[in-house]
Design a protein around this ligand. Structure first.
Ligand code: NAP
Length: 250
């Protein structure tokens, strides 16, 4: 069994996930860089350096999830932190212009198949990975689960007619994050009598592939709240939804 804490970050080959993995490695954790494409994961782990290991993990593929959990048990013997970071905002073909991607989110036109695919990654993927990793997390002295949510999925904010980003609340991505928030709370409630804390981090509007780099925050900023929640001590909260400025309305 490893003597250092071990963290798994899904979708850590780029964007905010890669930065979270870098930051956790700087804090002395062994970091497992989840990536659905093994070569991308290997490149990312190499860029982090010692203490980072690539692990093939497609959150929509149960065989890949099961194999990853088995490998973590056999090679590392423990798991202390799970950051469910992998997410998609668009399920269509690559190369579709950003404005067209936004249109695919309009409730009257959205393809139900595409919406399902987004939920497969953003909601069911998180459930499946969490379920597979829980036996390992339960054995850790004080495990932390951090799910990457979004204020764009806040029903409280988006039901307010004065909310400035309200027009972005479409049929696919934002409701998938609302559902993710709900399932995160369900896990937090189930696990509140254990040493496992489950919290949701919103990175803010961060420049990554997800939004064609239109975000206004850097990945360093976007990673901060998730990293803070991954490292909270035994007195820290569970079942919360927050960004760097504090609680985010559900
Ligand atoms: P990104 O740069 O597009 O990175 C997304 C990551 O998820 C990539 O590593 C991608 O892998 C991975 N991924 C997608 N589908 C996957 C699957 N089926 N299995 C495993 N990995 C998969 O986006 P990001 O902005 O860093 O997003 C990270 C998280 O933050 C997401 O959950 C997103 O919803 C959330 N978030 C982002 C913002 C923002 O403004 N950027 C705001 C709020 C919340 P590939 O390279 O293989 O595609």
């Amino acid at each position: 069994m490893h003597d250092k804490r071990v963290a798994l970050v899904t979708g850590a080959n780029k964007g905010i996930g890669l930065q979270i993995a870098k930051d956790l490695a700087i804090h002395g954790l062994v970091v497992l860089v989840g990536s659905r494409n093994s070569a991308n994961g290997a490149t990312a782990a190499k860029s982090i350096g010692e203490g980072a290991h690539a692990i093939q993990l497609d959150v929509t593929d149960q065989a890949s999830i099961t194999a990853a959990a088995q490998r973590i048990r056999e090679e590392f013997g423990r798991l202390d932190v799970l950051v469910n970071n992998a997410g998609i905002a668009f399920a269509g073909k690559p190369g579709v212009p950003f404005e067209e991607r936004l249109n695919s989110n309009i409730p009257s036109f959205a393809s139900t198949d595409d919406v399902r695919r987004i939920y497969e990654t953003n909601v069911f993927g998180v459930m499946a990975v969490t379920q597979a990793m829980l036996p390992l997390l339960r054995e850790a002295p004080g495990a932390r689960i951090v799910n990457m949510g979004s204020s764009s999925g806040s029903l409280t904010l988006n039901s307010n007619p004065d909310h400035k980003h309200r027009q972005m609340f479409g049929a696919a991505y934002s409701p998938s994050k609302t559902a993710l928030h709900a399932i995160s709370l369900a896990f937090a409630i189930e696990l509140e009598k254990t040493n496992i804390k489950v919290n949701i981090a919103c990175p803010g509007f961060t420049a990554t592939d997800l939004n064609n780099f239109r975000g206004t925050r850097t990945v360093e900023q976007g990673a901060r709240e998730a990293v803070r929640l991954a490292l909270i001590g035994p007195d820290g909260p569970t079942g919360t939804f927050s960004d760097e400025d504090g609680p985010v309305p559900w």
